[in-house]
Design a protein around this ligand. Structure first.
Ligand SMILES: [Zn+2]
Length: 414
């Protein structure tokens, strides 16, 4: 009967595990800095693997550094139902982003096992490698490699700010967990469902505990390199300078005016600017900045993004400019079969729910290409995320896990 499994979710345990995990990479402000493939993430893995074993799950990994925790099914060779999210964070991250998806999955598996429910096919909880793309760019490397959206080889040479490559990081991770079986990438998946905090203000504002995620907003990212010439701040004539920083600043202003243009549906962000040589008395020789552009309508996103190179060129002045597109993802819609399950079980459990589009990207984007995929959102306070102040109510964590366990059981007993 609907609700029996959900009753097995322990709100206290789920809450305590979130607090406990936050010690790995804890920052002064009560937040988390847990970079992909770091010692802090290794610590978080150990913790999670311990809890998984206590619940009778079998841990294993893969060449891309994804962690899997498996509960067997009657057809143990059958494609698994997959759920999870990520354990890495932004440098000033919170305690719930990503972690909730993994811990809710663990709680669900525990409830299924405690209820003695026999699954037709295996259930696996996953923690994807480098979702955030903070230490290594781009993000969502683990799910991209797993689903074949990009070959793992294409990421191995990517290095962090200290010159440590993904290849090095993966070697360290696999050495730290040499006892774990290694399974291949690209295994078939029966279905994927990811629980996550909303990272926006809508559910809280509408008084809804469950967001039935209907899809993910599209996104294009660019890297703009402005090349000028280094010069002495005291002796060079401003009229003759090729000032890369000043040029980049004008470009960013022009892009904001021309692309974002005061329309809140257009999310235009320059979040990173790297200057060389970055010295107070030297005219900047190069300036490299990022562009993150998002819109729910793929056609609008395409048209806006296509204007970026021309705007940059028009404001390059005495410098040269080079615009490289890094990612281009259309908006996507999850299948009705998956959204209906989430909506249905939230309703059956008496938990207020509403349809919602994800404005942030998630690993579910790549899984959507290989299997029926859905997501469950829960509210976070004031929509704040990627911030130490990220805050979620204990009862909302539990509500999300309750819907998740019912959906997983439905998918895995078919
Ligand atoms: Zn996340």
């Amino acid at each position: 009967m609907t609700g029996d499994l959900a009753a097995g979710v322990d709100p206290e345990r789920l809450w305590e595990r979130h607090q406990h995990l936050a010690r790995h990479g804890a920052t002064e402000g009560g937040g988390v800095n847990r970079q992909a493939l770091s010692a802090a993430e290794v610590g978080a893995w150990r913790e999670v693997i311990g809890w998984a074993k206590d619940s009778g799950l079998a841990p294993f990994t893969d060449p891309a550094g994804n962690l899997f925790l498996r509960l067997g099914g009657v057809d143990d060779e059958g494609a698994p139902v997959l759920t999870g999210s990520h354990l890495d964070s932004q440098p000033s991250g919170g305690r719930f982003d990503g972690v909730f998806g993994v811990l809710a999955g663990l709680e669900a598996a525990h409830a299924i096992r405690s209820a003695g429910l026999e699954l037709a096919r295996p259930l696996e909880i996953v923690a994807w490698m480098n979702e955030e793309g903070s230490r290594f760019v781009p993000g969502m490397m683990g799910s991209a490699a797993f689903t074949g959206a990009a070959p793992l080889e294409s990421f191995l040479q990517v290095s962090d700010a200290d010159g440590v490559t993904v290849r090095d990081g993966l070697a360290a991770l696999h050495a730290a967990f040499s006892e774990l079986p290694l399974r291949p990438l690209g295994r078939p998946v029966a279905a994927y469902i990811e629980a996550h905090i909303e990272q926006g203000p809508i559910l809280e504002r509408e008084g809804c505990t469950i967001g039935v995620v209907t899809g993910i907003q599209g996104k294009r990212t660019f890297r703009v390199t402005v090349r000028g010439e280094e010069a002495h701040a005291g002796t060079s004539n401003p009229s003759e300078r090729k000032d890369a920083l000043l040029t980049a600043a004008r470009m960013i202003g022009a892009l904001d005016a021309g692309i974002q243009a005061g329309d809140d549906s257009i999310k235009f962000t320059v979040g990173r600017l790297d200057i060389t040589p970055n010295a107070p008395s030297v005219v900047a020789g190069t300036a490299v900045f990022s562009i993150d552009l998002r819109h729910v309508d793929s056609d609008v996103l395409a048209a806006l993004g296509d204007r970026i190179p021309a705007i940059c060129a028009a404001h390059s002045g005495r410098c040269s400019v080079d615009v490289v597109e890094l990612t281009n993802s259309r908006s996507l819609a999850f299948p009705e079969t998956m959204t209906r399950l989430v909506r249905g079980y939230a309703g059956a459990l008496g938990i207020p729910a509403m349809d919602i589009l994800s404005s942030a990207g998630h690993d579910a984007r790549f899984l959507h290409a290989v299997c029926p995929t859905g997501m469950i959102f829960i509210p976070c306070k004031d929509g704040i995320s990627h911030n130490p102040r990220e805050s979620v109510k204990k009862e909302d964590l539990a509500a999300g896990a309750r819907v998740l366990v019912e959906v997983l059981a439905a998918l895995a007993t078919r």
